[in-house]
Ligand binder design. Structure first.
Ligand SMILES: Cc1cc2nc3c(=O)[nH]c(=O)nc-3n(C[C@H](O)[C@H](O)[C@H](O)COP(=O)(O)OP(=O)(O)OC[C@H]3O[C@@H](n4cnc5c(N)ncnc54)[C@H](O)[C@@H]3O)c2cc1C
Length: 397
């Protein structure tokens, strides 16, 4: 049995960050990682350039059973703190849009930075390691395919269920179950949506077309692109709204997951039509000035027959404007964990200290990163949560 101060399960974003922070305090730290290498999600993130944080991060950019829970950790380790570390390591970066910070080079630079920090503070990273049991008897005893360990602090940093092909497992939830710690039901988030294929067949033909719009569910609104796919919709605006559709997708008539799209947020279409009622231009051609042509054709074919504008009544024009500014859609499901960027839900935050991420029930047991019920928007927020929650635990364990 090998004795360490801190044992971390999972060498992802949160685990590596926590390890470096605990190592800095002189704690002996070992990370056990299931995959053959650490930080696989970091490597594929942000299209290979890692959107590692956002310039402006507030609790409003996160979804959680307790919207205030994330505040303390985010204030304890901010985007400025992380960008400072990035700069210290000579990594250049840029803001792409909406405050999103990406590496100029590649995601590998962020991973190297984290593993270098771990090395500097003597952290051991064991890969290809399978955990077979956790016992708690004052200290924690962990049996694994590499070695057996005893530790005072056990950090669960094994992430959520997204992308099983990349090694995602439900270990965090099994550990929570073992210690009778409550879990908020997990569900795939930042995920493409699917629609009933009979109703969607016209749109599936314009797969690859994207439109800039406002997607909303109640008061939640995102202005970004939507992207038509064979089975439904993707694109940043739809990924964002998917995180708010946490109800079970069930009966077709069930519209609890309905959401709306304003396809022309900067234009009052009714006014524009009213100004052109005498025009002989066909509706499709008229709309093609505002949308990709294939979308304009498909949308008109599906909901209205295209004819010269002067042949539409005021009532038709009103209906048409409403459809374009208020297109209500009811998805039939999502593409699931195979395509979900993150897992929403997770370890109930009421079970954890917001300052340290330690379990209130089991002293020395911590849950950090995506395993906890804190889910960020698209745009660097999920990594910021991994860094901030990792540091919060690393300063205390
Ligand atoms: C394609 C993609 C792109 C993304 N891009 C971005 C982005 O640009 N910006 C952003 O903010 N977020 C992005 N995310 C989300 C972000 O990657 C995660 O939110 C973040 O990695 C969570 O960090 P974590 O350490 O909690 O979990 P992870 O990074 O998932 O790390 C968990 C680690 O635990 C290991 N593990 C799992 N089970 C076990 C086990 N049983 N035993 C031992 N080890 C185990 C895993 O192999 C993994 O290394 C992206 C996600 C995906 C899938």
């Amino acid at each position: 049995m090998k004795e360490v101060d801190v044992l971390i399960i999972g060498a992802g974003a949160a685990g590596l960050m926590c390890a470096a922070e605990a190592g800095k305090r002189g704690r002996s730290v070992t990370i056990l990682e299931l995959s053959e290498k650490p930080g696989k999600k970091i490597l594929i993130s942000g299209g290979g350039r890692c959107n590692f944080t956002n310039r402006i991060v507030t609790s409003e950019n996160f979804i959680s059973g307790n919207p205030h829970f994330c505040k303390s950790a985010l204030a304890g380790y901010t985007p400025e703190d992380f960008t400072k570390l990035v700069s210290q390591h000579g990594i250049s970066y840029h803001e792409k849009k909406l405050g999103q910070l990406f590496c100029n080079g590649s995601s590998g630079e962020i991973l190297n930075m984290l593993t270098d920090e771990c090395k500097k503070y003597g952290v051991k990273i064991i890969t290809d390691c399978r955990i077979s049991g956790i016992n708690h008897n004052g200290k924690f005893e962990i049996t694994s395919s590499y070695n057996n360990y005893s530790c005072a602090s056990l950090i669960i940093a094994s992430g959520g269920l997204s992308i099983p092909k990349m090694g995602a497992t439900d270990l965090a939830f099994r550990v929570a179950d073992q210690f009778k710690i409550n879990i908020c039901k997990p569900y795939p988030a930042l995920v493409p949506l699917t629609f009933d294929l009979n109703e969607w067949k016209e749109f599936s033909r314009i797969s690859g077309v994207s439109v800039d719009c406002v997607v909303s569910k109640g008061k939640i609104k995102f202005r970004e692109n939507i992207l038509f796919t064979h089975r439904g919709l993707s694109g940043p605006a739809v990924l964002q709204i998917s995180s708010y559709l946490n109800e079970t997708f069930s009966a077709k008539s069930d519209n609890v997951n309905a959401f709306e799209i304003d396809l022309l947020p900067d234009t009052d279409l009714f006014k524009l039509f009213s100004e052109n009622t005498g025009s002989k231009i066909h509706l499709t051609n008229f709309l093609s000035a505002y949308f990709p042509k294939r979308f304009a054709e498909t949308f008109t074919d599906k909901y209205f027959s295209s004819k010269p504008l002067n042949q539409y009544s005021q009532k038709d024009i009103k209906l048409l404007s409403e459809k374009i500014h208020n297109w209500e859609l009811i998805p039939s499901g999502t593409e699931g964990y195979a395509k979900a960027e993150v897992t929403a839900g997770g370890i109930d935050t009421s079970e954890l200290s917001s300052k340290t991420m330690e379990s209130k029930k089991v002293k020395g047991l911590y849950f950090i990163g995506e395993a906890s019920d804190v889910t960020g928007w698209l745009g660097g927020y999920n990594f910021q949560w991994a860094w901030s929650s990792g540091v919060a635990a690393g300063k205390n364990c």
